[in-house]
Design a protein around this ligand. Structure first.
Ligand code: NAD
Length: 440
């Protein structure tokens, strides 16, 4: 048999498991995969394999608070699939982190890396904590203790964490340092690529911080003309002005777009002539929220007014499940570009479908972050440091090629862009399973 010949695999007893709670984020994520499997005709065993994560790790660990007391924290690491390469995915610090959510986020990472043709599988992790309640020293102790609890379950060629909601380059620097100092044999000493999204001083890549927001801009530039929208005149609104939202706003602004409304966890602002995105970012860096920002023509509005603001593109870049049935019916936009993961509830998604609002899926829109994480990993492994121009052009090339792949899949299967994106990811995973087989 030649190495390129495919061996069909039959697993007659492989029944996909379904999550019990139909409202669970994981059930929602698995549902998207199931629908895409049907549309692209992916083998049943692929759906079965992807219907649960490969490994689920839950840890409990104590952290000393500044007042000398101890508190126990709960952490997760879900390794969903590694058919295409080492597990890859962010670490979230948030009080509402749950097993179900982390499983969903890990599954989306599998699909995202496959869609982008990156040599990674999917993972996600988190700690149930509000990082705003901890001092910097407490945050460092929590991060180091969590990393040591993960032990050998992470590693530069095994499972590679990155930042997500509530974590940043500083947290990644502490994770990397802890990993290296708890793996003291010589073989591990240079392994800064155990995490990505580090600060540039610790081996991070140029352009990583803005990559996810920048990626949204590249996706829109490629796909909007087909939806009869132009970047130069684009009016957009943003839910969430954190890492993803703030950099997406600035990139879209630089490309000629106007941000006419924005909302975060504290306030909502509107300006029909466009908010100054760079000034707003500086305000958020200082204050921690968009609340209290002043500029000509900007006024504070209610959440309902925010959602009802007429725009071309609405970009949710906050937390999951924020666009429910009611908010989906308030939206006055032509396109919803998913900056954050799983921003709509299933009922919200159905309203968007009925109202003819095109949805650009998160596994494409927010893939800029993991793409530059991959570039960081490659630079670390090969001992080089690329300039921003090289990183940006690699990012743009990868995103534009992938956006075209999604558009082609949508035409081929006569389906929407979301299903097409999942389908294009599944094709790649299924192909790998067909070629390598299933052990033993
Ligand atoms: P972040 O913590 O930097 O920002 C989150 C934003 O959401 C903040 O502006 C916050 O005020 C806002 N927010 C939180 N709760 C809110 C509420 N109830 N109402 C309105 N706004 C609220 O997080 P981030 O890194 O920008 O991530 C946002 C989303 O993008 C998440 O779904 C994350 O998984 C996803 N994502 C992030 C990256 C990345 O590189 N950071 C990459 C891919 C996907």
């Amino acid at each position: 048999m030649t190495p390129t010949q495919r061996v069909p695999i039959e697993l007659p007893n492989a029944k996909p498991l379904s999550a019990a709670d139909p409202d669970s984020l994981f059930a929602m994520a698995a549902g998207s995969v199931s629908r895409a499997c049907e549309v692209v005709g992916a083998p049943e065993y692929v759906r079965a394999i992807l219907s649960q994560p490969k490994n689920e790790l839950i840890v409990h660990f104590p952290v000393r608070r500044d007042d000398g007391s101890y508190e126990i924290f709960k952490g997760y690491r879900i390794q969903h699939n590694n058919a295409l390469g080492p597990y890859k995915g962010g670490i979230r610090y948030h009080p509402e982190v749950s097993l179900d959510d982390v499983k969903a986020l890990a599954l989306w990472m599998t699909m995202k890396c496959a869609l982008m043709r990156l040599p990674f599988g999917g993972a996600k992790g988190g700690v149930k904590v509000n990082p705003r309640d901890l001092s910097s020293n407490e945050l460092m102790r929590l991060t180091r203790r969590f990393t040591s609890a993960l032990g050998n379950h992470i590693g530069p060629d095994h499972d590679i964490p990155a930042p997500d909601v509530g974590t940043n380059a500083q947290i990644m620097d502490w994770m990397m340092d802890t990993y290296i100092n708890t793996h003291t044999d010589g073989a591990h000493q240079g392994m800064v690529h155990v995490v990505t999204g580090k600060s540039v001083g610790c081996g991070g890549s140029e352009g990583r911080e803005k990559a996810t927001g920048q990626g949204i801009c590249y996706v829109l530039s490629e796909l909007l003309p087909e939806l009869n929208l132009r970047m130069e005149k684009l009016r957009f609104s943003l839910l969430g002005f954190g890492n993803v939202g703030a950099f997406a706003a600035q990139a879209l602004n630089a490309a000629g777009g106007k941000m006419v409304a924005v909302m975060d966890h504290v306030a909502a602002l509107r300006n029909p002539d466009g908010l100054p995105t760079a000034d707003l970012y500086q305000h958020v860096v200082k204050i921690g929220s968009i609340a209290g920002f002043k500029s000509a023509g900007t006024r504070a509005v209610s959440p309902e007014e925010f959602y009802r603001t007429p725009t071309d593109v609405f970009i949710p870049a906050a937390l999951e499940r924020m666009i429910d049935q009611q908010k989906a019916s308030w939206l006055d936009c032509k396109v919803l570009a998913e900056g954050g993961n799983g921003p709509t509830t299933p009922a919200g998604a159905e309203i968007l479908r009925q109202r003819g609002i095109a949805v650009l899926p998160a596994i494409l829109c927010n893939a800029g972050g993991v793409t530059v994480s991959y570039l960081e990993w490659v630079q670390n492994k090969t001992g080089v440091h690329w300039d921003l121009q090289r990183v940006d052009s690699e990012l743009q090339r990868t995103i534009v090629l992938t956006a075209r792949r999604v558009r082609l899949a949508a035409h081929q299967h006569d389906t929407d862009l979301s299903t097409a994106a999942f389908g294009a990811a599944l094709d790649h995973i299924a192909d790998s399973y067909l070629r390598r087989g299933i052990f033993p």
